[in-house]
Ligand binder design. Structure first.
Ligand SMILES: [Zn+2]
Length: 280
């Protein structure tokens, strides 16, 4: 039990070859979360009607539309922060932290997340599910054009450790292709659905050109802890160079986010995307 807790909250960024028997055992710890997220995603597919926020975000153009206007690549229009490419270790005086939101985009929640992040001038990272991205491409464009990083979180949010290599590749590639079609950019970072992976998943992720990113701090925002506990949990466990796991599609996450940002800022943290945190 202690081992599992350590594994869940210890720094878990994997770039391949880091797989060990200890890391693989993290599968069990995340399987319950994976299962509940999967069912909630499936539920959200059934309950959502598309289109409500489409007009709000219609000014976010697709790459082809931008080209048609005679402009250059959409990436060039982004206001890039002046954060250096150096890794946190090289800049001990700065306290960097990355907010990451999994499982979106979500018709009702993503616009609220984007609004809060914009109001507080925070850049974050969205690990999106391919089927959701195809359903709400205007929200992916809104995330991208707002300067957030878009990461690959599989196409259907399956349990990858139970799948054949071809199926694993297909899950990753179809999500990556969907994101690239919408933003014009192939995502560089991958987070396995439910945090579920094994050595095979790690090597496939690398062979497809992705860096695998897990998290250092699980907010447990899907565990119905209540806003106060989510915020205090994050406040107590944050660390320089940390990656915070949150979810797109959870009411309490929306309610807690302004306080999460304010508390971390008051402690001197600077919010960066995964791109900025891990370097180019
Ligand atoms: Zn997920």
């Amino acid at each position: 039990m202690l081992m599992m807790r350590i594994l869940r909250y210890t720094f878990l960024i994997s770039f391949l070859a880091l797989i060990s028997s200890g890391l693989v055992s993290a599968d069990a710890a995340h399987s319950a979360v994976n299962k509940s997220r999967q069912s909630s995603i499936e539920k959200s597919f059934q309950s959502e009607e598309s289109g409500d926020h489409e007009s709000e975000y219609k000014d976010y153009l697709a790459p082809d539309e931008i080209k048609a206007l005679g402009k250059v690549h959409p990436r060039k229009h982004l206001k890039r922060s002046r954060i250096s490419k150096a890794k946190p270790k090289a800049e001990p005086e700065r306290k960097l932290i990355a907010l990451t939101f999994d499982d979106g985009p979500h018709q009702n929640y993503t616009p609220q997340l984007l609004r809060i992040l914009k109001e507080r001038n925070v850049k974050a990272t969205f690990f999106v599910v391919g089927v959701m991205a195809e359903r709400y491409p205007y929200l992916i464009r809104a995330e991208f054009r707002s300067g957030h990083t878009i990461g690959n979180h599989t196409y259907h949010h399956p349990k990858l450790s139970e799948m054949a290599p071809m199926e694993i590749s297909h899950e990753i590639n179809t999500c990556g292709d969907a994101i690239e079609r919408i933003t014009g950019i192939k995502p560089r970072y991958f987070r396995p659905s439910g945090g579920n992976y094994n050595g095979e998943v790690v090597s496939i992720v690398k062979s497809l050109g992705y860096k695998m990113v897990l998290w250092t701090l699980n907010s447990e925002d899907i565990a119905n802890l209540g806003v106060t506990r989510i915020v205090s949990r994050i406040e107590q466990r944050s660390s320089n160079g940390g990656i915070i796991l949150l979810h797109d599609g959870v009411e309490q996450t929306i309610a807690a986010l302004p306080s999460i940002i304010d508390v971390l800022r008051s402690r001197g943290y600077e919010f960066v995307t995964i791109d900025e945190l891990l370097g180019k």
